[in-house]
Design a protein around this ligand. Sequence first.
Ligand code: ZN
Length: 309
Amino acid sequence: MASPLISAVGGIALTRHQVERATARRSDDEWLAAAWADPATRVLVIEDGSALARIGDGAAELIFTEPGLAPDGTRFLLGVDADSVAYFGVGGLLPDLAGQPDVRKAGLRDAGPLLSDRDAGLLTHAVALANWHAVSAHCSRCGAPTEPAMAGHSRRCPADGSEHFPRCDPAVIMLVTDQDDRCLLARNAQWPKGRVSILAGFVEPGESAEQAVAREVHEETGVNVGAVSYAGSQPWPMPHSLMLGFRAAATSTQISVDADEIAEARWYSRADLAGAITSGDLLMPPSLSISRWLIETWYGAELPRRPAT
Ligand SMILES: [Zn+2]
């Protein structure tokens, strides 16, 4: 049984949020202009997937600026909070850090788990949009320069009138278990020895997410799966994915890895896994990831801690 602590996907760092997206305001030019003119409006500057954050003592908070001090760059509305404060993002150069020793450039991987719900949601949303704008300057139909529209949530081509929306690539990540309720973990060929996770891969055009689960598991490990059920999702804007989490029941247990992608894979009982983590033999995915959440929902508790090195 999963503990209440880890039973909700909302506990994963990048699924937390607090600021309402205010989608109806995106086409309200008068409201947008007033919000940008209001010094109470908070602006989060994003440069190369990072913002400024104050980090210390196991917690982090984003550093916002007021609109008048924001750099030039593509602007997008992130939302409005319960106190009617508007939040915008700007893709541009981060303000100067001089004189603020505890403030530094931080991305989702390092600051994500340390941020409040409000800040984690804002940074995830802002990084996703900034990454998309950064590679969408030209129309994919005719090549003309495109312009931001809908408060930065779409782009429009002035030459042919086409509208372009933020791209998001679906990927599947799946916890595969066998008849004895053992979990399949694998080490990617790029990872150091001892680091393992569950299997994952991109959904191909014309393929359902469930089909992608079965295909990826078979391609990477030779294992066949039967029943596939959806478990939860997490945005992963690095650069532009949506991770769709599944549980899959194996109908075979023989492992034959695709050596180009997977260095090794094996089945773990809960006792096997706990022993391998506490002995220092295995390194599990970080708390930021949906993979760790899926593994913990199977394990039934938070994973044991790795011994201090
Ligand atoms: Zn065009």
